[in-house]
Design a protein around this ligand. Structure first.
Ligand SMILES: Cc1ncc(COP(=O)(O)O)c(C=O)c1O
Ligand SMILES: [Zn+2]
Length: 408
């Protein structure tokens, strides 16, 4: 059972009752879900978690859904945390781990956020949902809305990876391709939602996606037997996964599950869209809009993250940093990872490998530190991006569909 108590504005700390539909606070601040962690501490024990489902819903007491029958699950979360021995040896890093979020439903960690948000939509009686998306959140929302029988409206940039478009259409969502970025898509949803009766599931304008994403933080603690690593690399677009993990660590400490030690939180962005890195380097509390955002890591093409102040706060108070890598570097790192570990990562996850190389070279990280990389998605969703490295020369027999098994 959930121990949810209320929601709280992350900017002005105003309280809002649970059990109602909310978007942002009047002051513009994103709302965060709060739990009665004293109650959770006495009524729940971390030793019981392995008895729960093999999904993120094993942490149900710290997730907001009130009625278990509202939960829409496709098996999201509880992803493997794999030791990357060969890559670690190559990079000079003895204790390297990768959390493979590419194994989630719809091939990315966005499934966690959407499982929670759509379950809450069901719990609160919402019938129509809408979201702007860089791509993967759209696929995930379309899948969970289909499973819940909700009407889904999706707005995403025209040049999103083909996989995202096809998935959304196959899941039966209403898809609009927009000539612009996720920020333009967000504006359209904001303008039309009241008239259309949509619940706006834009990241952080809706308080529940972050709750699903925070389970990445619970899982890494559980998988390392309640001791956090020295550093966590997170590919940062909106930064919601990073904010969510930071929130999870605070909740776990309040329940007495972990101590005060925190990993250095490292936000990784592509050079073509790095508002968080710029703000980090300028010592600013908020980001400035990044003009002309472009990158093959389409999930990181977020020119002005709504929760920038929360990302920057977590990065700074953890003693971490924000760092950018080029598209060339991240694609090379993705192919290197594939060849050394048998894992085909999304360009977003691959960006973290390129960033790790830089931070080992600069001495920011030491070879014996325990390091976790979040590979947030599957490389299979980015065939256009990787195909630039593996062009097929001439159309041979083998390129024809069924060509290999057709008798000559
Ligand atoms: C594969 C992938 N990684 C990372 C991100 C960035 O996520 P966040 O909003 O948590 O920074 C996205 C967002 O679309 C994504 O699709
Ligand atoms: Zn507020």
């Amino acid at each position: 059972m959930t121990t949810v108590s209320h929601l709280e504005c992350s900017l002005c700390q105003k309280r809002f009752p649970a059990g109602q539909v909310w978007n942002l606070c009047e002051c513009g601040g994103p709302l965060l879900v709060r739990y009665d962690l004293d109650q959770a501490k006495t009524s729940w024990n971390r030793a019981w978690i392995p008895n729960g489902p093999a999904s993120m819903w094993r942490y149900q007491p710290v997730l907001p859904v009130r009625r278990p029958e509202s939960i829409i699950s496709l098996g999201e979360g509880f992803t493997p945390l794999l030791r990357a021995r060969r890559l670690g040896q190559h990079l000079g890093c003895r204790d390297l781990w990768i959390k493979d979020e590419g194994l989630n439903p719809t091939g990315s960690f966005k499934a966690r956020g959407m499982s929670c948000a759509i379950s809450m939509a069901v719990d609160l009686g919402v019938k129509k949902v809408a979201t702007p998306s860089a791509g993967n959140a759209a696929s995930a929302m379309a899948a969970y809305a289909a499973a819940a029988g909700l009407e889904a409206h999706i707005f995403m940039p025209r040049d999103v990876p083909q996989a995202n478009y096809i998935e959304c259409k196959a899941f039966g969502a209403h898809v609009t391709l927009v000539d612009g970025l996720i920020s333009n898509c967000g504006r359209i949803v904001a303008e039309r939602k009241d008239q259309e009766g949509w619940f706006d599931v834009s990241t952080l304008k809706e308080p529940y996606r972050i709750e699903g994403k925070k389970t990445m933080g619970y899982e890494v603690a559980e998988q390392f037997r309640w001791e956090l690593p020295d550093a966590i690399f997170y590919p940062t677009g909106g930064g919601v996964g990073l904010i969510g993990m930071w929130k999870a660590f605070a909740e776990m400490e309040a329940m007495g599950w972990i101590n005060a030690k925190r990993p250095k939180m490292i936000a990784v962005q592509p050079t073509g869209c790095q508002p968080v890195v710029r703000a980090f380097e300028e010592n600013a509390e908020r980001t400035r809009f990044w003009d002309d955002a472009h990158t093959v890591a389409s999930g990181l093409r977020v020119p002005k993250p709504l929760g920038d102040f929360l990302v920057l706060d977590a990065v700074r108070s953890s003693g971490g940093c924000a760092i950018a890598v080029s598209d060339e570097e991240l694609l090379t790192a993705g192919i290197d990872l594939a060849g050394r570990q048998g894992m085909f990562a999304a360009p977003e996850g691959a960006a973290c490998i390129a960033a790790l190389e830089k931070l080992l070279a600069s001495g920011f990280l030491k070879p014996d530190e325990k390091i976790v990389i979040y590979n947030t998605g599957s490389g299979l969703k980015y065939l256009e991006a990787y195909s630039t490295r593996f062009p097929r020369s001439t159309a041979g027999e083998q390129d024809k569909l069924g060509g290999l098994i057709t008798p000559r």
